[in-house]
Ligand binder design. Sequence first.
Ligand SMILES: NC(=O)c1ccc[n+]([C@@H]2O[C@H](COP(=O)([O-])OP(=O)(O)OC[C@H]3O[C@@H](n4cnc5c(N)ncnc54)[C@H](O)[C@@H]3O)[C@@H](O)[C@H]2O)c1
Length: 188
Amino acid sequence: MGLPPPVAGAVRRITVLGTGYLGTVHAAWLAETGFDVLGMDTDPARVDALSRGVLPFYEPGLEPLLRSGLRSGRLSFTTSYAEVAAFGDLHFICVGTPQRAASYRADLSQLHSCLRALGTLLDRPCLVVGKSTVPVGTAEALAERLSVISRRPRLRARMEPGIPAGGARRLRHDAAGPDRRRGDLVAR
Ligand SMILES: NC(=O)c1ccc[n+]([C@@H]2O[C@H](COP(=O)([O-])OP(=O)(O)OC[C@H]3O[C@@H](n4cnc5c(N)ncnc54)[C@H](O)[C@@H]3O)[C@@H](O)[C@H]2O)c1
C-alpha cells in the first residue's frame, strides 16, 4: 500500500461507472495508485456500503484497499451522474453486460442507459473508455452515439471491444492482489 502518486499528467480525476466486481477493483486500485477516483452506481445500497468501506461481494484483499482509498480521501462513491460528469477527466464504463435469457446475445441495456445519462451531461474535455465486455462492433457504434449525444467537439470517446486492460488476469480471484500494482494491468 502507499504507492507514490503517479507522474504528473493531464489525467488526475477518474470516474468508474458501475461498481460491481470489475468497477470496484478498478476504482480501488486507481485510487491506490494516486489518482482521485469517484465511483458511481445506480444502486444506492451499493454506494452506501462502499462509502462505509464494506464490500457487497467477496474478493480477497480488496476491502483493505477500499478502506485505504476512503481514508486517503482519493476514493469516494456517488449515485449522481452530474457529479461524475463534473468530476472526471477520464471515465471508465464498467456496468454489467449479462447474457440475455434463452439467447447467446448480450444484454447491453445497462451500457446504453449509462452512456445516455452520462453523455448528455458531459460539458468539458474528457475521455470515455469502456471496460465492460461487449460484442465485436458495439464499441464503434457506442462511441459514435456518445459523440452525438454529448455534442462536444473535443470529447474523445473510445469504447473498447472486449477486455482492454490486463486480459483474463484481472478477472481471476485475487484480482485485488499485488499483480494489480503493475500499471499495465490497471489501464492502457
Ligand atoms: N466479474 C467478472 O469476473 C467478469 C469477468 C469477465 C468480464 N466481466 C465484465 O465486466 C463487466 C462488469 O462485470 P461485473 O461482474 O462487475 O458486473 P456486476 O453486475 O457485478 O456490476 C455491474 C454494476 O453496474 C451497476 N449499474 C447498472 N446499470 C448502471 C448504470 N446505468 N450506471 C451506473 N451503474 C450501473 C450495477 O448496479 C452493478 O453494481 C461486464 O461487462 C462483464 O461481462 C466481468
